[in-house]
Every structure is written in structure tokens, then in C-alpha cells.
Design a binder for this molecule. Structure first.
Ligand SMILES: [Zn+2]
Length: 299
């Protein structure tokens, strides 16, 4: 019996060594990013020094995410937790309170000024900073600075990696601008599932015609009056398309399309990367994929 128990303990130790704590044996911090796109951004900063894990599975919606007990354990086990901030991850509050606050939390968007929520329901403002690559430069700087404090021996490497990746983000911004020039100004019109593209629109000269869920979160359902108002906005602006993110139920968009004749694009990656090997497996590929779909639908 005692021997069985020892084997069981050994197994549990082995499993936890394989699963949750890839950086523990090296003495390096265990870094967990909440969203998959944040994990990719952070991985570019840490390079080959350590591996950044991500918490929310691909295609899951952070606004509506229900953490499992395993998620809570992963968070408690992390030395550094990277969040988007601006109240995107409302589910984190109780877990962080229970975990005793021992992990360093890097809020990637700290220092950026949020645009206000058009619905007025979210005092923290619009959290979708990352859909403008210029805001992600600030994310990179915050992640670099936070990790350099958690792991001072890696600071020079983090700084060099961050500088290179910021160069890639500047190139991405120039690429988006060049692509958007292919759309007539009068057709740079966005209708989305919820208010996701505010920062993107401001940077690249789009007008937000409206959203099916007129809020910066995805949870609410629109009233009949709100839907009717959106349909009349789409008609008066001659918006060519509705853009949904992967995983969104297209029923309301299809209903609006049948009344207005707009196209429905159902596969933008906005809150999550694609699975590895998919069309949006990195943050930079996610932006390129979305811009290509938007330009294709509005041209
Ligand atoms: Zn959102």
C-alpha cells in the first residue's frame, strides 16, 4: 500500500513537472499570458530564454470566458501573469484574490488611454487596443519592463528582442496602411458583431457604422429597436459587409443580410489566434489575415 502511494506521488509530481511548470527547473519565471495573441507577443519578447504559456484556448471569447479549476491552478502556479487589462478579463478578479497575489501581473495595456465605450456601460473604456499594431508597441514595452524586473538576468535579451519586434510592428502598420489604400474612402465602413474595431478604425480611417451588439463586450443581445436602427444605418451608409469573428453565431447577421443585401464575413480573428498551422497563428498573421478579409470585402 505504501509503495503504491509513493508511485502515485511520483506520478503526480511527474505530471505537474511536464504540464504546468516548464521553466521551474531552470529557475526562470513561469510566464502565463491570458489570451493567445498576448502569449505570442510575449514570446517574441522572451525569445528562446523561456516559454510563454497561454490560458484561454484558441477561439474562446475572453469577454465571456468561464475559467475551470485547472485554469485557476495555472494562474496560481505562474510567477508572471500577462493580462490585456482595461477590464477585458473580468473573470480574473476572484482568482487573483484567492491566489494571494503572489504572482507579478503585467497589464499589457497600462499607460494607453482608452476610448470611451459607446454604450456607456463600461467605465474602464474600450479594451480592444491590440487591433491597432501601434498600441501593441506599448504592450511590448510593458511586457519587456515587467519581465526584466521578474528576471533581471534576462533584461538585455528582452530589450534586444523587444526592439526587433517593435520594428516588425512598425512594418505591419505600414503594410496595413498600404492595403487600406485599395479601398475607396466612401467604402471604409465597418459593421461588426460587437464594438471591436474602434482603435483600428481610428488609425486607418474607417467609419464604424454600427455593431449587432452595440457594446464593447460580446455578451448582451440587441433589442428589436437596436437591430432596426442598425439595419437603417447600414442602408443609409451603404455599408457593404458585416464582419464577425470566428465562433460567433451568424444568425442575426444573416437576418440583417437578408434584409439589406450585405455580405457576411464570418472568420475574422480578433480575440484569439487560430490554431497552430491555421491562417492566424501569430499576432502579426492575425492582423494580416483580418485586413486581407476586410479589404477583399470592401473593395
Ligand atoms: Zn471584444
Amino acid at each position: 500500500m505504501k509503495r503504491c502511494y509513493s508511485i502515485l506521488v511520483l506520478l503526480v509530481l511527474l505530471i505537474s513537472a511536464c504540464g504546468a511548470a516548464p521553466n521551474r527547473s531552470s529557475g526562470l519565471p513561469r510566464v502565463l499570458a491570458v489570451e493567445s495573441f498576448l502569449a505570442d507577443i510575449a514570446q517574441n519578447v522572451v525569445g528562446n530564454r523561456l516559454t510563454v504559456q497561454s490560458l484561454i484556448p484558441v477561439d474562446a471569447d475572453p469577454h465571456a470566458y468561464q475559467p475551470s479549476p485547472q485554469d485557476a491552478a495555472k494562474i496560481t502556479d505562474a510567477d508572471v501573469l500577462i493580462t490585456n487589462g482595461a477590464n477585458l478579463e473580468a473573470f480574473l478578479g476572484p482568482i487573483l484574490q484567492n491566489s494571494g497575489g503572489k504572482q507579478r501581473v503585467i497589464s499589457a495595456s497600462a499607460g494607453l488611454t482608452p476610448r470611451s465605450d459607446p454604450s456607456g456601460q463600461n467605465p474602464a473604456g474600450d479594451p480592444h487596443f491590440w487591433l491597432d499594431p501601434n498600441n501593441v508597441i506599448k504592450y511590448v514595452e510593458n511586457i519587456r519592463d515587467g519581465l526584466s524586473q521578474a528576471d533581471p538576468a534576462g533584461a538585455a535579451q528582452y530589450s534586444a528582442n523587444a526592439q526587433k519586434y517593435i520594428g516588425d510592428l512598425n512594418s505591419l502598420d505600414a503594410w496595413v496602411k498600404s492595403q487600406v489604400q485599395g479601398i475607396l474612402q466612401a467604402r471604409r465602413l465597418l459593421v461588426t458583431n460587437h464594438e471591436t474595431f474602434g482603435y483600428f478604425a481610428a488609425r486607418y480611417g474607417f467609419t464604424i457604422v454600427g455593431a449587432i451588439v452595440p457594446s464593447i463586450t460580446s455578451g448582451a443581445a440587441p433589442s428589436a429597436q437596436e437591430l432596426a436602427a442598425l439595419i437603417s444605418q447600414i442602408r443609409s451608409n451603404k455599408a457593404p459587409a458585416i464582419f464577425l469573428e470566428t465562433g460567433t453565431n451568424p444568425q442575426l447577421a444573416d437576418q440583417i443580410a437578408s434584409e439589406t443585401g450585405v455580405k457576411v464575413i464570418t472568420d475574422l480573428y480578433t480575440h484569439s489566434l487560430s490554431a497552430p498551422g491555421g491562417p492566424a497563428a501569430t499576432y502579426i498573421d492575425m492582423i494580416k489575415y483580418d485586413v486581407t478579409r476586410i479589404v477583399g470585402a470592401l473593395k
